[in-house]
Structures are given as structure tokens and as C-alpha cells.
Design a protein around this ligand. Structure first.
Ligand code: 2HG
Ligand code: ZN
Length: 474
């Protein structure tokens, strides 16, 4: 790994102009720490190209000198995936200025977006065209398409539409030698061997810089019904999901598990929030049912589903949002959990999956095991139950020091990940590996996976200039 020479920095400054190049500490500062404030890095310059040709040139110049590049979108990584290391050698490559929706074709159900397009901007553009892009998450106002592709993002609609991998039809990317991979055409059939586009999805910028993606759109929603339901435990929640899917499978787009402890944190830390149910339930689920345009509202069917679930003891109290404002308020409760946890104090965060059917049992027994082993810790397990993906966050004992995660977090994490691995699960269901989980992937990834990952990285990026220190254990 080399530091950029003054000559290289001058060439980059000339190439990108004042809008696209900065070494001003104040301009760089916001992009050198991760969202949760856990990782702090340094960079020699901030590069913000406006066109893919500029990205090609940047990568060529850096490859020639072996200077590392750290691609960055909205800087919302949960695993320090877009934060450079502390050496100061890296150049931060921000894709935020490449924010054009190159095309949006409602007939073909396709949108071609540059890497810097913000997710909510795409949502709005699709809606205007009578379509929608069916992937959403709490950070939609900052997260960019390039980052979502590069991390194979999930979110709260995976239940019906799958994660980013399923929604990407094609990729344009600059590979580590500066060559441009032009794979945007959405070919229904293409058997030319290795699928480079798929390889770049979830590669966390370690195999190249995604500059644009063709994305699948689906029909716009006619109307939606959003319910908040109290359940006794995660097993009952899973029972409820099956019960609802039996009669309205296609309609149920989101099914999110929220324990009382997480809801309480949101109510405490996020202004303007209130509990949907008069009597607090030990566990809650947020359910969204939708119907297509010109179809009747999904509400009566959802109401009937909840009523019959109540009769057979799967649901306690439940309420359906009376209007859009209330529906948004329910979603805000769910989407604010990370923020509330962050405000509350240190937590060791885990983004785990096991087989969907195993998650309710796993979650309950793993929480008990962690709380017994680490006195005073409190497990906050929430999220995408229908995907078998739970954010199994372990909050520090009350009154512990701010550096609890640094001191004890690794031991807690090791314990949790051992349980997940023993259950055949994954230590990263949707957030990726970044730098946070690198050591754990090295410990638990298995020889075949790690060997193949290292070989691919070495073949495509022999100088290791693309986002070094992330995803691929040395
Ligand atoms: C979510 O589902 C995000 O809210 C963040 O993936 C989860 O903060 C977390 O652990
Ligand atoms: Zn999540």
C-alpha cells in the first residue's frame, strides 16, 4: 500500500476540479467516521467524480501507484465498511455527485441509476411513473444505490421482493485495473460464464467501484394497511406470519419483530413517538399488507386475519393504522430502533440469520444464554423475523463505561457468533462484513469460503487497492 505522491494528487485535482477534489480537513471530516461513531479513519483527499470516465481515470492513476481507494455512498454502513483506516494513505472516493437516474422505463419496469442516487429519490421517481422500487430501509434518506448494491442490502421488504441481489438486473463498474465493466443491459438470458455483476453485488467495494445499476421496478401500490400487533413471544409471531400468509400471501410485504424493550427505547429517545397499543405487549410485530392499484383495500382481509389469529391465541391486542399519518408513525417506531439504541448507550451489534423456521427458538434460547453468561447485559433482538434475520444487539449493563464495546464487546460477539455458527447460521445477514466483522469471518468463515474469497480478491485486485481491510480476511 502506497501513499499518494504530490504528483498524483495534482493530477487528480486537475481531473476533478474544485467540486470534485478536496484535502480540506473540515470537508473530509464528516466522511471519516461511521454512522455509529465506532470507526474513525484518515484520508489524503476526498475525490468526488461526476462521471464514470472520471472514475476510470481515478482508478487507473491509483492502480499505477498502488494507492488505496475507499468508495463511499451515503456513509450509512453498520460495519465500518466505508471508513478508511487510520494510516491516512487512502483516498476517499465519494460517489455522491454521480446522482443521475439515467433512465426510468415503466413499460420495461427498469430504472438505471448512478451509484450516488439516494434510495428515497429513486422511490419518488418510480412513484411518479406509477411504479415502485421495492427495497426500503431506515436509512433510505441517505443510503445510495451504489452502497446498497455493494452491500447487497436487505431492509424491511425482503420478505416479498428479496434483497438487492434479486433486484439488480445489471451493473456498470470500474474494476481495480481501471477497466470499465459495462453490464447494464438487462439480459434475460446470458450464459457467458462467471457472473461479474453478481460478484460485485455484496463485494463491499473490494473488487471495483460500482458506478451504476439497472434495477427492477414493480407495480405501484394501490393502498396499504399497516398493523401493530402484540404477541406473547417470537414463536407466536412466526405463527401469526404463517396464519396471515395462508390467506393473503402476496399482500404481506413486511413483518417486523419488535420486542418491548426496543419499543421502550424508541419511546424514550425519539421525540413525538407514542405506543400504538394501550397495554404494552412483551413482543410486537409491525405488519404491512398492500394491494395493487384498482384492487380493493387490503385492510378488511388483514383485519379478519388478525381477528382470527386472536381467536386462536396467536395475537393479543392489535390495531390497524387509521390513516397514512398513523401508518407512517408505526413505521417510524420500527425504523428508529437503531437511532434509539445509539442514543441509549453502548451495544454489541449482531446481524444474524438462521433458517427461518429456527429463528424463534434460537432467538429465545440465545438471549437467555447471553444474559446468563454476561451479567447485566440486555438483549435487544428485533427485525426481519420472516427472513430469519434478527438484529441481536446486546446492550451493555446499565451504568457501564462508554468503552464497553471495546472492552467486552468482542467476547460477547464471539459467544453470540459461536451460537449462530453452531445453528448453521450466518454472522452477517444483511449488513455485510466491513471492518467490524473481519476477524469473526476469519475465525468462522470456513476454509473453502475464505480460500475462494482470497483467491478472487488476489486475481482481480492484486495490489489490494480497492477498499483494503474490508470484507476479505488476509
Ligand atoms: C434495521 O433493520 C437495520 O433497523 C439496523 O438493519 C439494525 O441497528 C441495527 O442493528
Ligand atoms: Zn435490518
Amino acid at each position: 500500500m502506497a501513499y499518494a505522491s504530490p504528483a498524483l494528487l495534482r493530477k487528480l485535482a486537475d481531473l476533478l476540479g474544485p467540486k470534485g477534489f478536496s484535502t480540506e480537513p473540515a470537508e473530509l471530516a464528516p466522511w471519516l467516521s461511521d454512522w455509529r461513531g465506532r470507526y474513525h479513519g484518515r484520508a489524503a483527499a476526498l475525490l468526488a467524480p461526476a462521471r464514470r470516465e472520471e472514475v476510470v481515470e481515478i482508478v487507473r492513476l491509483c492502480a499505477a501507484e498502488g494507492v488505496p481507494l475507499v468508495p463511499q455512498g451515503g456513509n450509512t454502513s453498520m460495519v465500518g465498511g466505508a471508513t478508511p483506516d487510520g494510516s491516512g494513505a487512502a483516498l476517499l472516493l465519494s460517489l455522491r455527485r454521480m446522482n443521475r437516474i439515467r433512465s426510468l422505463d415503466p413499460e420495461a419496469n427498469l430504472a438505471v441509476c448512478e451509484a450516488g442516487v439516494i434510495l428515497s429519490t429513486l422511490h419518488e421517481a418510480a412513484l411518479e411513473a406509477g411504479r415502485r422500487f421495492p427495497l426500503t430501509l431506515g436509512a433510505k434518506g441517505s443510503a445510495t444505490i451504489g452502497g446498497l448494491v455493494s452491500t447487497n442490502a436487505g431492509g424491511t421488504q425482503v420478505l416479498r421482493f428479496g434483497n438487492m441481489r434479486r433486484l439488480v438486473q445489471g451493473i456498470e463498474a470500474v474494476l481495480p485495473d481501471g477497466s470499465l465493466y459495462e453490464g447494464l443491459t438487462p439480459l434475460k438470458k446470458d450464459n457467458r460464464g462467471y457472473d461479474l455483476g453478481q460478484l460485485l453485488i455484496g463485494a463491499e467495494g473490494t473488487l471495483g467501484v460500482v458506478t451504476a445499476a439497472s434495477l427492477r421496478l414493480v407495480s405501484a401500490v394501490g393502498s396499504r394497511a399497516v398493523a401493530w400487533a402484540g404477541v406473547a413471544d417470537p414463536l407466536a409471531a412466526m405463527g401469526l406470519l404463517h396464519h396471515l400468509e395462508a390467506t393473503q400471501k402476496e399482500a404481506i410485504e413486511s413483518f417486523e419483530l419488535v420486542p418491548r424493550s426496543a419499543l421502550d427505547l424508541v419511546l424514550m429517545h425519539v421525540p413525538g413517538t407514542r405506543s400504538p397499543l394501550a397495554t404494552p405487549a412483551p413482543w410486537n410485530v409491525l405488519i404491512e399488507a398492500v394491494s395493487p392499484l384498482v384492487a380493493p383495500s387490503p385492510e378488511p382481509l388483514l383485519y379478519e386475519g388478525l381477528r382470527s389469529a386472536h381467536e386462536i391465541g396467536l395475537v393479543g391486542d392489535a390495531t390497524i393504522a387509521a390513516n397514512e399519518a398513523q401508518a407512517e408513525a408505526f413505521w417510524r417506531l420500527r425504523d428508529s430502533i437503531s437511532e434509539a439504541e445509539k442514543k441509549d448507550g453502548p451495544a454489541a451489534k449482531h446481524d444474524i440469520s438462521v433458517a427461518v423456521a429456527d429463528m424463534p427458538g434460537f432467538l429465545v434460547s440465545a438471549a437467555a444464554a447471553v444474559e446468563a453468561r454476561f451479567a447485566g447485559t440486555r438483549v435487544s433482538a428485533f427485525g426481519h423475523l420472516g427472513d430469519g434475520n434478527i438484529h441481536f444487539n446486546v446492550r451493555a449493563p446499565e451504568g457501564t463505561r462508554a468503552d464497553w464495546v471495546e472492552m467486552t464487546g468482542a467476547e460477547v460477539t464471539g459467544f453470540v457468533h459461536d451460537l449462530v455458527t453452531a445453528a448453521g447460521g450466518s454472522i452477517s445477514a444483511e449488513h455485510g462484513i466491513g471492518q467490524m466483522k473481519l476477524a469473526e469471518l476469519a475465525r468462522l468463515g470456513g476454509a473453502a469460503r475464505l480460500g475462494a474469497m482470497r483467491a478472487i480478491k488476489a486475481a482481480l485486485d492484486p495490489k489490494s487497492i480497492m477498499n483494503p481491510g474490508k470484507l476479505v480476511p488476509l
